[in-house]
Ligand binder design. Structure first.
Ligand SMILES: Cc1cc2nc3c(=O)[nH]c(=O)nc-3n(C[C@H](O)[C@H](O)[C@H](O)COP(=O)(O)O)c2cc1C
Length: 165
């Protein structure tokens, strides 16, 4: 993997996250988990390159994001679409996602990712806040929520960008 400066990241991240989807992965060699996300963003805050990641509290991955300082967001070539579908429809509470998808976990950074990734963002949590009903200026947003399942927003510094050449 080649390391890039976040400012050299030269792709449309709206499309990468929203259309291609990404995996959010956290944990360590003893226990880790991954899930698919298609909501989120990349930008600048507090003079740092950041990602905005939105995770509902019922996800198993949420437990890892809560207990770890670091996580990765990673994107994959088209051929892994089915793997990303599985990681977005099954829970790591019930299955071993790496075993079922054939994705190979790599632990050489501060958070795990998979060797098949074409792009990896190593993210350090800086700020969390739960979305809430009172914040919904556009009430149509609330159709996405049923009870108390508001996403937790993580604003995280992009400490490292890795690309598979
Ligand atoms: C395309 C796609 C995008 C998703 N985006 C998100 C997201 O941004 N935030 C979220 O909390 N869940 C999202 N999910 C749902 C989780 O990926 C899904 O519930 C997953 O099974 C959770 O796995 P876990 O319990 O092992 O953490 C998405 C699912 C799919 C298929």
């Amino acid at each position: 993997m080649k390391e890039l400066n976040a400012f050299e990241l030269n792709e449309n991240m709206i499309s990468t996250i929203g259309k291609e989807w990404m995996l959010v992965t956290a944990g360590d060699e003893t226990n880790c988990n991954t899930m698919t996300v298609s909501w989120g963003g990349v930008g600048i805050l507090w003079n740092k390159p950041v990602v905005y990641t939105f995770i509902r509290p019922q996800r198993y991955t949420y437990e890892f994001l809560e207990s770890c300082e670091y996580y990765t967001m990673s994107a994959y070539p088209d051929e892994y679409r089915a793997a990303l579908k599985l990681c977005g429809t099954k829970s790591g509470r019930d299955i071993d996602k790496a075993a079922q998808t054939g994705l190979t976990p790599v632990f050489d950074e501060k958070a795990p990712y998979f060797s098949q990734a074409r792009l990896v963002l190593v993210c350090r949590k800086m700020y969390v806040q739960d979305l809430c009903e009172a914040g919904a200026l556009d009430k149509s947003i609330l159709a996405n929520y049923h009870g108390d399942d508001y996403h937790r927003m993580y604003v995280s510094e992009i400490e490292k960008v890795l690309v598979n050449e």
